[in-house]
Design a protein around this ligand. Structure first.
Ligand SMILES: Nc1ncnc2c1ncn2[C@@H]1O[C@H](COP(=O)(O)OP(=O)(O)O)[C@@H](O)[C@H]1O
Ligand SMILES: [Mg+2]
Length: 250
């Protein structure tokens, strides 16, 4: 008998496949060529720190991934769990599970904390229930009847993250979540991001506070003028003084 029926090749484990892939993306603001061929992969449940100096193209890369109109994606592919994000509009990318928490947090004026959360539940049964959110964000539970825009900066950041969890979330994009926050609040948000990670949610975190981001992250990508200057583990960046000095000024 020959061995036709017996294939002994090891089957690749699902977790080894990239869950999210950016393949050679190029994006423009009008004539300005900003994202210049960025490529990286993320495995399911990982946190990727996307780092680089001011103006390196981090926000632009996140916006291109979320398929916002600006910058305009001219070339390249973006795949999330088998879905071609590059051929979608922003609302379709959001429905596909990509949730961007922008730098300014975009808390809706005139709405209470709880209204911000219920409004985010556009796909009932998909995202987190309000009670589950309050278990992870006790500060938001205490302030459920307070207007969202009257929260402190840290609480607004928590609300912005909670809103992403209320939606159908597969990939969380965080743009400078620690910006302007006191160290004690940064620690609280770090704890929340660790909890989210423990639940298996995949994230990209952009941060000027590179050390805090690298401590949370599994892997890191460093951008320099719209191109990838480094890809590797977060620990490699923490251990490489030259790299940190050259691209991160830490
Ligand atoms: N709306 C815009 N129009 C034109 N250029 C922009 C716009 N937003 C950002 N840029 C330029 O794109 C480059 C990258 O910006 P950005 O992605 O915000 O960098 P980072 O988030 O890494 O600080 C910068 O040179 C910036 O001036
Ligand atoms: Mg930015």
């Amino acid at each position: 008998m020959n061995a036709v029926a017996l294939d002994t090749k090891p089957v690749a484990r699902v977790s080894d496949q990239p869950f999210f892939s950016v393949r050679d993306i190029h994006a423009y603001y009008g004539e300005s060529y900003i994202v210049q061929g960025v490529t990286f992969d993320i495995r399911h449940g990982e946190i990727l720190a996307l780092l680089g100096r001011n103006g390196a193209g981090k926000t632009s890369t996140l916006r291109a991934i979320a398929r916002l109109d600006d910058p305009e994606l001219h070339r390249g592919e973006i795949w999330l769990d088998g879905q071609p994000i590059h051929s979608m509009k922003s609302f379709q990318a959001a429905r596909a599970g990509i949730q961007l928490v922008p730098e300014d947090r975009r808390i809706i004026q005139g709405l209470m904390v709880e209204e911000n959360l219920t409004l985010a539940q556009v796909a009932p049964g998909r995202g987190w229930e309000i009670d589950r959110i309050y278990q992870h964000f006790p500060r938001l539970a205490e302030r459920r009847r307070q207007e969202g825009t009257t929260l402190s900066g840290g609480e607004q950041q928590m609300l912005a993250i909670a809103r992403a969890l209320a939606r159908d979330l597969k990939l969380l994009l965080l743009d400078e979540p620690f910006e302007g926050l006191a160290p004690v609040i940064v620690h609280e948000i770090e704890r929340i991001l660790q909890e989210i990670k423990a639940l298996g949610i995949t994230s990209i975190i952009v941060e000027q506070n590179a050390v805090a981001a690298l401590k949370l992250a599994d892997r890191a990508v460093i951008l320099d003028t719209g191109e990838v200057a480094f890809t590797g583990t977060a620990q490699e960046v923490l251990d490489n003084a030259q790299l940190r000095n050259e691209y991160l000024a830490i």
